[in-house]
Design a protein around this ligand. Structure first.
Ligand code: PEP
Length: 254
């Protein structure tokens, strides 16, 4: 059975103390309230990660993730962080291929294939993001766009490697815009993604792959989105910066 996951992406928000306070609130709410059988992942800026891993010890439902990592193990890459460094502080997940990384930092599928390899070699679980722009949706190109993002960056993996990935479908036009894909739109493309995975790796791998929806998910729309057959959770940006909203989204699975 595939895992249900609600992952928060804080992006470049929260100073050190505010980040620790937010994470502690999330842990306490997840501990004290009825949150269903799911994994809550908090993907924070690098400066927070070591402390968050420490605070999260003993809370099985909550894991910590990074938002990016470099593809090389070590070396003269000023300002970068490697997957082995993340592993050394017991970070469990890493977001790869977020549309902001693709748009502002020129990350393409070939580079993301290398980052995915590096993450898997160091035992991290990639949350691999794919999704089309507004014009690609309007032109009807979105199936092809999503298919090539997935195939070019991840279909070189063995079935065993691929089965360690979490896929996040995030239509770029819905990220941070307040516009959400309708549950029917999201379900349509999630089912398509699962079909592509099945064609490459077989139905069992496809059925066990968690596919998250991301894009202006909030406590009001989460339940409807998460009720769709092929939506296994969410990648949450803005709403993950408020503990109450984030945990209410997680509780939409109850
Ligand atoms: C994201 O950045 O991954 C995201 C989904 O952002 P938001 O929820 O703010 O649209």
């Amino acid at each position: 059975m595939r895992k249900k996951i609600v992952a928060g992406n804080w992006k470049m928000n929260k100073d050190y103390n505010d980040g620790l306070a937010l994470f502690s609130e999330v842990i306490n709410m997840v501990k004290d309230e009825v949150v269903g059988d799911l994994k809550v992942v908090v993907c924070a800026p690098f400066i927070h990660l070591n402390s968050l891993v420490g605070l999260g010890k003993g809370y099985d439902k909550v894991s910590v993730g990074a938002q990016n990592a470099h593809q090389e193990e070590a070396g003269a890459y000023t300002g970068e962080i490697s997957t082995s460094m993340l592993k050394s502080i017991n970070v469990e997940y890493v977001i790869l291929g977020h549309s902001e990384r693709r748009q502002y930092f020129g990350e393409n599928n070939a580079l993301l294939a290398k980052k995915t390899d590096a993450a898997l070699e160091n035992g991290l679980k990639p949350i691999f993001c794919i999704g089309e722009t507004f014009s690609e949706r309007e032109s009807g190109e979105y199936f092809n766009v999503v298919k090539s993002q997935l195939a070019e960056a991840t279909f070189h993996l063995s079935a065993d490697g691929f089965s360690k990935l979490v896929i996040a479908y995030e239509p770029v036009w819905a990220i941070g815009t307040g516009v959400t894909a309708s549950s029917a739109q999201a379900q349509e493309i999630h089912a398509f993604i699962r079909k592509e995975i099945a064609a490459k790796y077989g139905q069992e791998v496809a059925d066990n792959t968690s596919i998250l929806y991301g894009g202006s998910c909030n406590p009001k729309n989460a339940e409807e989105l998460f009720s769709q057959a092929d939506i296994d959770g969410g990648l949450i940006g803005g709403a993950s910066l408020k503990s109450r909203d984030f945990v209410d989204i997680a509780k939409a699975f109850n």
